[in-house]
Design a protein around this ligand. Structure first.
Ligand code: VG1
Ligand code: CO
Length: 545
């Protein structure tokens, strides 16, 4: 095998990983040497490269196969012994996490821009995961970024025969073994260990019409095998189940805006009892019942309260964690169960240490992410199966499960308002102005209440003591309501402002309000204080969840 050292005229300066890896337009990734530069930096930083095993795959978007080819050639150039990849290069983020762990790999490279649209005019992304199967911690991503800034060349094996990803088997690129496996098998076996497939199958074969929307993204093959194959749900239960390079022109983000067809089926009185969708790379989930949307913060709380109904969690939970902007619904359940609850910054990487140390079993984010210690990523289909497990045991409609939950624990009214693609200057101007105002806000009136705390969230990792600051501006009101603002770390166009609103009503209060109405005074007050409409020029948010 011959290895080339390709010189870079100058290093790239825009390869700083965001909330979830390096995410840029597909066009930018097609810039000569762009992908190679980031992979070179990653291979220089990830420990154990020489002789190690690396897991590589992606969500099937435009650029996936080319990237797998490049990474295999670069892996060969760096002395990696084995790359494990999948037929068609299709590998969901949770399945990749599991594979890294079960193969004792040094880590993985996942090709996805998650819920961002794909195709030549869409986005592409590279996520680097560590040996525990989770997103690389900041110490690693910072080091990779630093490396990109001083890179002079990269090492890549000369092209030999093109890789054949069409069927399982082993191939060689020089000394490197490229092992192509079916990316669905191991994941499905893991799900069968956690959940009672007999009970769920019985439910799905009874009068229980369900719709799952794979959004033409990675979960199609997994969902078809699980729901229509093993569990015996009728053909057609899985919609948009064929992964497409551009996700059929859609936006593979499972929320009420982008998964509106599914939402209409469940909320529009079509007779479906349960609906769910996953995002581009399969780590997010949206849960719907008949006439009922379950917000992700509540979903984490319901899974926590009902965890022992699933065989994999029958012994109870060590603890739970949620990201800071996620509502405190899970905290209330944790308190009732007498287990610890942790509040982490946004992004799954912050759950890794808590999971590795055995301090938590479940964790979740308001952004449709839920997961557990079975892997080190959030897991969309796992959450759907967990809900089905609860429904199979309780045999109650989703809406009744929610109503009973709130009447026991109280309800955290919650909403996230996203203002997408704001000119970067306007967004940073708005954000920095608020940040500077924070100290002066304490004690001030706000939405008929008073601001008790105003800060920029910082987190000290309870396991390794590392400090992460600048994680979001919080206004905590005297009666427990909150407004949080963050700038997104996953967008690729301009800036996205996220405003998170939360208000708690105890079980004795009015539990059946519309969330936007229940939060109306907070919504108005933050608009006035932060001058959102005025500074963004937007009359309303792009997406309301
Ligand atoms: C968003 C979500 C965050 C999530 C991240 C990655 O980040 O808010 O909760 O962890 O996406 O999800 P941001 O910085 O845009 O708010 V995924 O499905 O891309 O791995
Ligand atoms: Co995702």
């Amino acid at each position: 095998m011959s290895v080339q050292h390709v010189s870079l005229a100058q290093p790239f300066t825009d390869q700083k990983p965001g909330t979830s890896g390096l995410r840029k337009s597909s066009r930018q990734f097609e810039t000569p040497h762009y992908l190679e530069s980031f992979i070179e930096a990653a291979l220089q930083v990830i420990p154990g490269v020489a002789g190690g095993t690396l897991v590589v795959g992606g969500d099937g978007r435009y650029g996936n196969r080319r990237a797998i080819e490049v990474i295999c050639r670069m892996a060969a150039g760096h002395g990696i012994a084995r790359v494990v990849t999948t037929t068609g290069g299709i590998l969901s983020t949770p399945a990749a996490s599991h594979l890294i762990r079960s193969r004792q790999a040094i880590g993985g490279i996942i090709l996805s821009a998650s819920h961002n649209p794909g195709g030549p005019d869409g986005d592409f992304g590279v996520k680097v995961n560590g040996a525990n199967g989770g997103p690389a911690p900041e110490s690693i991503t910072d080091a990779i970024y630093a490396q990109t800034l001083q890179l002079e060349s990269y090492r890549i094996a000369n092209p030999s025969a093109p890789l054949d990803l069409n069927s399982p088997g082993e191939q060689r690129v020089g000394d490197l073994v490229v092992e192509v496996i079916d990316g669905v098998d191991d994941y499905v076996a893991l799900m069968q260990r956690l959940f009672d497939f007999d009970a769920i199958g019985e439910l799905l074969r009874s009068d229980f019409p369900m719709a799952f929307d794979a959004m033409h993204a990675v979960t199609g093959p997994y969902a078809t095998r699980i729901f229509e194959g093993l569990l015996g749900a009728p053909a057609g239960t899985v919609r948009n189940g064929i992964p497409l390079e551009d996700f059929g022109g859609g936006h593979p983000d499972p929320n009420l805006t982008y998964a509106h067809e599914l939402a209409a089926l469940l909320l529009g009185g079509e007779g479906y009892r349960f609906g769910a969708a996953c995002d581009g790379d399969g780590d997010r989930n949206m849960i719907l019942g008949q006439g009922c949307f379950v917000n992700p913060s509540d979903s984490l709380a319901v899974l926590t309260a009902n965890a022992t109904l699933a065989p994999g969690y029958a012994d109870g939970l060590a603890g739970v964690a949620r990201s800071m902007p996620t509502s405190a619904a899970a905290d209330v359940v944790a308190q009732a169960l007498g287990i610890p609850c942790f509040e982490t910054p946004t992004g799954w990487k912050f759950f890794g240490n808590l999971l590795d140390a055995g301090r938590i079993t479940l964790c979740g984010e308001e952004s449709f992410g839920t997961g557990s210690n079975h892997i080190r990523e959030k897991d969309g289909l796992w959450a759907v199966l967990f809900w089905l497990q609860i429904l199979a045991k309780r045999r109650e409609p989703v809406s009744r499960i929610m109503a009973e939950h709130w009447s026991r624990f109280g309800r955290h009214y919650y909403s996230r308002h996203d203002y997408e693609a704001i000119p970067s200057e306007a967004a940073h101007g708005l954000y920095n102005r608020m940040k500077e105002m924070l100290p002066s806000l304490v004690g001030q009136p706000f939405a008929g209440r008073s601001i008790a705390t105003a800060d920029d969230f910082a987190y000290t990792d309870p396991v390794d003591g590392s400090l992460t600051s600048g994680q979001g501006l919080r206004l905590l009101l005297d009666e427990g309501s909150r407004v949080v603002m963050r700038l997104s770390g996953t967008g690729t166009q301009g800036a996205t402002l996220r405003v998170y609103l939360e208000s708690y009503v105890p079980s004795s209060g009015d539990l059946q309000q519309d969330p936007q109405a229940a939060l109306g005074d907070l919504i108005n007050a933050i608009d006035v204080l932060a001058e959102i409409k005025q500074r963004t020029g937007m009359e309303r948010p792009t997406v309301i969840t």
